[in-house]
Design a protein around this ligand. Structure first.
Ligand code: NDP
Length: 335
């Protein structure tokens, strides 16, 4: 591919997830390269640029958005900043892959989708789990009737938040808490795998050692789906010894996606019918963010859609906010 046909990406935020996941995901594509990084602090931006071999470093979003080499941005700042940064990128005509949750309020997320549509730019939400071969296989098997009529499901996303992440994620100011961090991912993957929309939710949240102020580090609840499935979820920053699973039970069988909920991808899928338990061949592993960028680049070029759209990001945020509302009020909340 000629240099003139390469998509240039700018990183908004010199974040951990950008360093650990997206730098390689973008640079490993034949048709995209990271050409700029922006941080609140120029020294940090320059250090990140040196470390990751990025040619331009900025401490101003507007300056980076004015860079003609930047065609797409990846927004991975704290959750409170996604909204304004996406609107600015859309105004500048840049395509946006935005981290979850899209925003802190539903109206903001809807405005982000509208702004990108009006500007004619692609908006994707980085719910990476949809890129997992395991979850895609599970969805297809359910669609093909492998477990009969789906009845219930359980999502376990309980882990111990690494010490270097005990920052904004466990306090309120920048949009922290287990619900906006993890339940929002659950909402997306459950909608995807079960191929249905959430009708209502119930939830209880609590603090078990990490949450600051009134921010939850643990939440449990149920998504009630329009197709009748009840899906339990347990999200936590404080569980040190658990594996992260997703299981779906139907009238004719059960699917177990074992160790399949971590950011690294991986895991195994099993189908159980009676006492027989069979491992399912899910095909070749593809790194989750790498697939996200591949589909995003294609969408920018007019082929297909991002793995997870802006509208999907609106839906998952709506569900997460309903969970928070349900936990705060003790009521079942209808969407
Ligand atoms: P980091 O703390 O590493 O990065 C957050 C970035 O936000 C910083 O690099 C910083 O950029 C910017 N920032 C602005 N204001 C603040 C502030 N007050 N405190 C701290 N940082 C601030 O977070 P993560 O990389 O873990 O998460 C970033 C985003 O990515 C979040 O939205 C998170 O939900 C999402 N995420 C998604 C994952 C996925 O797999 N889909 C995995 C992990 C995170 P700078 O200093 O450069 O301006």
């Amino acid at each position: 591919m000629s240099e003139s046909n390469i998509l240039g990406w700018g990183l908004v935020g010199a974040s951990n997830v950008a360093r650990n996941r997206l730098v390689n995901a973008i640079n490993s594509q034949p048709d995209s390269r990271i050409v700029a990084v922006m941080s609140r602090d120029l020294d940090r931006a320059q250090a990140f640029a040196r470390e990751c071999n990025i040619s331009a470093a900025y401490d101003s979003l507007d300056a980076m958005l004015a860079d003609p080499n930047v065609h797409c941005v990846y927004i991975s700042t704290t959750n409170d900043l996604h909204y304004a940064q996406t609107l600015a990128a859309a105004r500048a005509g840049k395509h946006v892959l935005c981290e979850k949750p899209l925003a802190l309020e539903l109206a903001q997320a809807r405005e982000m989708v509208d702004a990108c549509q009006r500007a004619g730019v692609v908006l994707g939400t980085n719910h990476h789990m949809r890129n997992s071969v395991i979850h895609r296989k599970a969805r297809q098997m359910i669609l093909d009737g492998a477990i009969g009529k789906p009845l219930s499901a359980r999502l376990l996303r309980a882990m111990y938040l690494p010490a270097n992440l005990h920052t904004w994620r466990i306090s309120a100011a920048a949009g922290g808490g287990a619900i906006l961090d993890m339940t929002v991912h659950d909402a997306d993957i459950a909608r995807f795998v079960l191929n249905s929309e959430v009708e209502s939710v119930v939830a209880i949240k609590t603090q078990q050692g990490l949450g600051v102020g009134d921010i939850e580090d643990t939440v449990m609840g149920v998504f009630a789906f329009c197709n009748g499935v009840l899906c339990q979820f347990h999200d936590s920053f404080v569980v040190k010894h658990a594996d992260m699973h997703f299981e779906i039970h139907g009238t004719d069988g059960s699917l177990y996606a074992e160790k399949a909920m971590s950011g690294q991808g991986g895991g195994k899928l099993f189908l159980r019918r009676g006492d027989a338990r069979t491992e399912i061949d899910c095909g070749a592993y593809e790194e989750l963010h790498t697939r996200a960028v591949k589909l995003f680049n294609a969408a920018v070029r007019g082929h297909g859609q991002p793995a997870v759209s802006g509208e999907d990001g609106v839906r998952s945020l709506q569900i997460a906010l309903a969970v928070r509302d349900a936990a705060n009020t003790g009521r079942r909340v209808y969407l």
